[in-house]
Design a protein around this ligand. Sequence first.
Ligand code: UDP
Ligand code: MN
Length: 653
Amino acid sequence: MWFSMRRCRAKPVRRRMLCLWLLLISFVLVTLTLLDLLNQDRDLGQGQGNPGSPRRPLQRIQSPPDLEVIVESRDPATELGVDSAPIESLQEDQLLFVQSIQGTRIPPQKKRSYKLLLPGANKDTTASGPSTYGEMGRAVQLQLEAVEREMELAALQRYGFNEMVSEKISLHRKLPDARNPECFGEQYSESLPSASIVICFHDEAWSTLLRTVHSVLDTAPSQHLQEVLLVDDLSQHGHLKTVLGEYVSHLNGVHLIRSKKRLGVAGCRTLGAARAVGEVLVFVDSHCECQRGWLEPLLERVAQDRTRVVSPIIDKLDWQTFQYNATQWPVKGTFDWRLDFNWESNSQLQEKDPEMNVQPVQSPALGGEVLAIDRHFFQSVGAYDPGMLLWGAEQVELSIRVWSCGGSMEVVPCSRVAHLNRHHLPHRFPDQDLLERNKVRIADTWMDAYRKIFYRRDTLAHFIRQSENPNITERLRLKRNLGCRNFHWFLTTVYPQLYIPQDRPTLSGELYSVGTSSCADYFHGPEGGAMTTAPCTGTGSQHCDLNSDGEVRWGPMGALCLDIKGDRLVLSLCPTHRPTASRLQWKFVKLSGQLVHQQSQLCLEAVKEGVLQQSNTRQGDIHTSTGGLFLRQCSHHPRQQWHFEQLVVPKGT
Ligand code: UDP
Ligand code: MN
């Protein structure tokens, strides 16, 4: 630098450009270092003494009061005066409980109406200053843009969504009203029960967490809002430590509870419920935005029947743009034979009955994003299963239990909350086994003999169960004590839409091609698509079932049928009516291994395609296809020879 300044003095006119360039490069380097330091600060430490990040709204608090009170919860049951069973698992926890300081509200951010901001939309693209410096300004700007892109990528990897975009959106943004106009005329009782909103979080981004809290405060009528409980499930990120405690202490009616042990979604919600005092618990994910008028219809349905568990329609926030996408009505919560949950949208229903726009719809299951349940009913029906680990399938367990043990579930269309659907879950992928363990608990506790159908389609769960034999004694006792109904009742009464596979020996399993040493496969969505051959996975994902109607049923719901398009094999949605069309009927000749299409009397043949084709499925898995499936004149060629291979033999009656 000294050298360059000297040169600047020696020949000021000729060197001016170079001098300015050097100054600008120094400026960029300093900016980069500062940005890097700021970024590191987000990962490190407790956030103490440095709330100076421009993203944090609490810069002006100089000496934060010591707010955190440690509560030794050796016996939370007596201490909290609630039913003991559901919180026994928490007895080892030491909890930190932050009580809010009433009445010292932070000046609210200026309310902005909904505005979509694309990445980089806030950037000032006009170069300022004399035109001589235009190019240099442009160079600096390009550098800064590169830094921003890098930060965007880092945030994406960390959270599974574009946090940089989220931070540019107001914490008080108002969503466009997607409710059916008929909802506006609905009148709700003045004496609705009070609600405790329980928001669990683990390493949530600042902007999404606080937007969730503010959207609740901005939309829930104060006469119905008992409290908002923020439950920290052992977050590590610096911004969720002291800075969050300070911020929350200035919000009326918002309390922060910290767990010193990682509890997972189910455990964390049970902890929040144990602390809550409102009549109705409303569990809300830590990255949601509530629509105006979302709370009242939920409370009303619960008030009318305290065993009713309800959910709003869950709209979607885009993980990249944070754009709001309203969900098509009507929707129902379902799960498949791999125990994966899905929201199912059915537009035909709406056309049939316009009343469906506003009428609550019973649902075999509800997602966990937002859920309202009477607090006493929640405790008496067994809260969440304390054996559920970290993340996954807890909503399926609660759904089967609520229905089987005297309650019901429904989606209330006049209530809408938007949920951020992440691109990926930071905590999901390393925990695939944990999700499987949770599913094993569901199958063994609730599915009776039907659990075999699950294990055949999820062989990893089968092997985990064999080696670990999880302890579900307490849950079976609960089931007995509550007099819960069996899974057959659930399937026939609550969820008759779910196809029940027959899984007959030698007529179900992986469809193995002798001639190509590969398995029949498909990797399209729930609507079906072309069949292929692929290496056999052994996971149960290629399981199919030739039933007594002659249909070859595919997919985790068994809702796709082996069908033909010209001479190619495809999957299409199975018809719901009987008898089955002969186009969808097949016969397996055990002796020759031929699978014969009944209508054409042609045989299924595996055809190798020279090039390996790889593609990404919607779940992001790489899918390899080795060939296609066709109908051909029957012959005894090995390419027309098939076995249904059952991968596992699950135990149980
Ligand atoms: N969560 C938690 N502990 C965990 C995992 C998740 O408290 O170990 C919280 C998370 O912050 C979120 C809620 O539980 O508020 C549900 O989790 P997530 O949103 O990741 O699940 P998804 O909506 O994707 O099913
Ligand atoms: Mn979520």
